[in-house]
Design a protein around this ligand. Structure first.
Ligand code: HXC
Length: 274
């Protein structure tokens, strides 16, 4: 199939949405110290929200919180926590409520990954990724739900597209992310009557992320590898994911819940035609 030379533009959400749509709102984001989750946090703060970011490495988290505050003019609280340990999430939620008094939006973003075939994957390796991605998502929902109900807020779960097919060396993450998608769907159905929405963002190939670096180490020309398989004509940018998060948390998505939104430039549909 011949593709045109069109390359989808990268835009900032502030070019599309008003800068104050999240004024007075509070975001709680696991994994917010780096990568895609940090980019989502920054975009939501740029629209007026204050935030808490949760992660394991306090030094990196503290630096990220300072940089996010400086670039957005909004407050960002750094809370050390491990999504595998519910008590650390409860502690981060308590600190968030103490500081801001509410939680409106939750991003369940903390994740772990490495490449390993099933034959070379230890029981503990499989369990570790399930515990971070799937059980960590459950733990985050449990720790925040009462507050999100009060604010009639919303969840975004960061998943992936690799479990739509049998992606080699990714059994652990594929199983874990399928579980994340399922949790989000059930949350949407159960909590819809309480005014809570829940959606999944499924990033495709996003440049500059730890996940992409780990999965695409194919040699010196890897930055060009696979471009012909991306209908949008380019690698994804973290801002593409951030823009999707702004939309899904905004009032423009008030009738959107229980959905999985792949942000992948059409890659998965392209793959299915191979
Ligand atoms: C095989 C491995 C391994 C590897 C770890 N393990 N790395 N097995 N190949 N490369 C095994 C270990 O041997 C151990 O099993 C078990 O996993 C736990 O490892 P630990 O290092 O003790 O765990 P921990 O310190 O908690 O680290 C968790 C982690 C790590 C997932 C292993 O990589 C991590 O913290 N990652 C966080 C950052 C990250 O991965 N970000 C990328 C997310 S991208 P044994 O049997 O030896 O005890 C993403 C998107 C996916 O999720 C989609 C992309 C397109």
């Amino acid at each position: 199939m011949a593709l045109t030379a069109y390359v989808a533009p990268i835009v900032d959400s502030t070019d599309v949405f008003k800068p104050d749509i999240f004024k007075g709102k509070v975001l709680f984001c696991t994994g917010g110290g780096s990568g895609i989750c940090r980019a989502m946090t920054e975009a939501i703060m740029r629209h007026g929200a204050q935030s808490t970011i949760v992660g394991r490495k306090l030094d990196r988290l503290t630096q990220a919180a300072q940089e996010l505050s400086a670039s957005t003019g909004k407050t960002c609280l750094a809370c050390q926590g491990d999504v595998r340990k519910p008590e650390t999430l409860r502690d981060a939620v308590a600190k968030t409520i103490e500081k801001y008094g509410r939680i409106d939006f939750v991003i369940c973003g903390a994740a772990g990954n490495f490449l390993a075939p099933i034959s070379g994957l230890s029981e503990n390796g499989f369990r570790t990724v399930m515990e971070i991605d799937t059980i960590g998502t459950y733990n985050t929902i449990k720790a925040t739900l009462d507050h999100v109900r009060k604010s009639r807020g919303a969840y975004i779960h960061v998943s992936a597209t690799l479990h739509y097919n049998g992606t080699p060396y990714q059994a652990h993450v594929s199983a874990a992310k399928a579980g994340v998608d399922a949790l989000s769907a059930v949350l949407a159905v159960e909590e819809g009557p309480h005014g809570v929405r829940s959606n999944v963002v499924a990033p495709g190939p996003i440049a500059g992320t730890e996940g992409m670096d780990r999965l695409s180490a194919k040699g010196p020309d890897r930055s060009r590898h696979g471009f012909e398989l991306i209908p949008a004509g380019r690698m994804g940018d973290m801002r593409d994911i951030a823009n999707a998060a702004v939309f899904l948390f905004s009032g423009a998505a008030s009738f959107v819940t229980g959905q999985v939104l792949p942000v992948d430039g059409g890659t998965e549909h392209m793959r299915s035609t191979q």
